[in-house]
Design a protein around this ligand. Structure first.
Ligand code: AMP
Length: 404
């Protein structure tokens, strides 16, 4: 079944058309500046290897969806004859709160619950609602399925997801750890379990999704035991522009010292911290690596940012091995995890005590397929597994629609 996978942002919309059986994407693209001047669409036909772009007014996500469908069915750039060849639409949704523990077919009740998720992730949820509405307007008869970044983490026990705040903040406002990047952790831990070749129930896997946003997850027996992101995607390890875990008292101190509003301090922690905040240079790992290589004052800061990330990730790996009473495999994925051998080497060095032995030569390699980077003797298998969140969304969507 052809599934149109949609990832709607507030002014953007990414899409892919994926065959849920073969897992192959035939087209992908991006609409940008929706609702603003200069809206444009970039469309790629992955079968022919062609790319095209067009500046065209899009006042809302429904306009964007119309353009997407036009391109998908276009004589020259398209990959299907008509809209009838799209079986269903699968939406990536960032936050499902405690309402959604698995992917779900859209109906009025689901839509009403998704509205409530605005409390947790207002900007993302509003954008997803616009994307869904755009699809309802353009393709009213197509089934739509929601796939949540949070749902894989819903297996956590209260001891992992509760914060030690007064209980009413949990019961009244739903303040707890939710975790994010769930589709990615689910995909790579599932692929890792297959490689280990034993029943999923017997596996203990730590997945390190390290990209612009990063999170580390402990998956025991196919279920999440803990994850580094929290109530929002701000918690955990240092990221491109996000600070990750800090002492909460720092927030009130900075607000008092610099006379900042909650919105300003939120902006500081989400957009001006992490690699960017430490180096004053960039949020991009490639720039940090180049600066560290060059040396000097900028290089020292870049090295510091790299060392903080290494230290953070090592701490999570060690603590997750402790809560799972061991670990069979560690997986690296996402932009940095898949491509940055230097950071993987920093993280996996001096971990022999827990059975991790890196094969430096294998670690220097690169592949679009999963590859092992630990030695043959390493007790813990360490792998790089490219993530594929869109495929998970397409497969969930097809399975739900077929079971209807
Ligand atoms: P993502 O959010 O998963 O797209 O990851 C983005 C991050 O991956 C950015 O910090 C990039 O600098 C980083 N990245 C991409 N390619 C490489 C590479 N070849 N080496 C190091 N970092 C990379």
């Amino acid at each position: 079944m052809n599934i149109l996978v949609v990832n709607a942002g507030s002014s953007s919309l990414k899409y892919q058309l994926i065959d849920s059986v073969t897992g192959i994407a035939s087209a992908k693209g991006l609409c940008e500046r929706i609702g603003a001047n200069g809206s444009c669409i970039e469309h790629k036909n992955l079968v022919k290897g062609t790319k095209t772009s067009l500046e065209s007014p899009m006042k809302d996500h429904a306009d964007a969806m119309k353009l997407v469908v036009n391109y998908l069915t276009d004589k020259e750039f398209g990959v299907i004859e008509s809209m009838d060849e799209i079986g269903a639409i699968g939406h990536r949704v960032v936050h499902g709160g405690s309402y959604f523990s698995k992917s779900i077919l859209l109906n009025d009740d689901v839509l009403a619950k998704l509205e409530l998720c605005k409390d947790f992730a207002p900007l993302h949820t509003i954008a997803h609602l616009m994307g869904i509405k755009g699809c309802l307007d353009t393709m009213p008869s197509k089934p739509q399925v929601l796939v949540f970044d949070t749902s894989f983490h819903q297996t956590m026990e209260p001891e992992a997801y509760m914060y030690a705040l007064p209980y009413k903040y949990y019961s009244e406002y739903g303040i707890r750890r939710y975790g994010f990047h769930g589709t990615s952790h689910r995909y790579v831990s599932g692929e890792m379990a297959k490689i280990l070749g034993k029943p999923v129930e017997d596996t203990k896997i730590i997945t390190c999704h390290i990209g612009n946003g990063s999170s580390i997850t402990a998956v025991k027996g196919g279920k999440v035991m803990d994850t580094s992101m929290g109530f929002t995607p701000l918690a955990g390890v240092e990221m491109g522009t996000r600070c990750g875990d800090i002492d909460p008292a720092i927030v009130t101190l900075i607000m008092e010292k610099e006379n900042m509003t909650p919105a300003e301090v939120n902006d500081l922690m989400n957009k001006k911290s992490g690699f960017l905040g430490i180096t004053g240079l960039s949020s991009d790992m490639r720039d940090l690596l180049a600066a560290a290589e060059e040396g000097g004052e900028k290089g020292e800061r870049a090295s510091l940012a790299l060392n903080i990330l290494k230290h953070n990730v090592k701490k999570y790996i060690g603590s997750y091995a402790a809560i799972m009473n061991g670990v069979d495999a560690v997986v690296f994925t996402a932009g940095i995890g898949e491509n940055c051998g230097a950071l993987r080497e920093m993280i996996c060095s001096d971990m022999e005590f827990m059975g991790i032995e890196l094969d430096k030569e294998a670690n220097a390699g690169r592949s679009s397929d999963p590859f092992r980077i630990s030695t043959a003797d390493s007790k813990v298998a360490v792998y790089v597994i490219p993530t594929n969140e869109e495929l998970v969304i397409a497969q969930d969507t097809a399975a739900i629609v077929e079971a209807k």
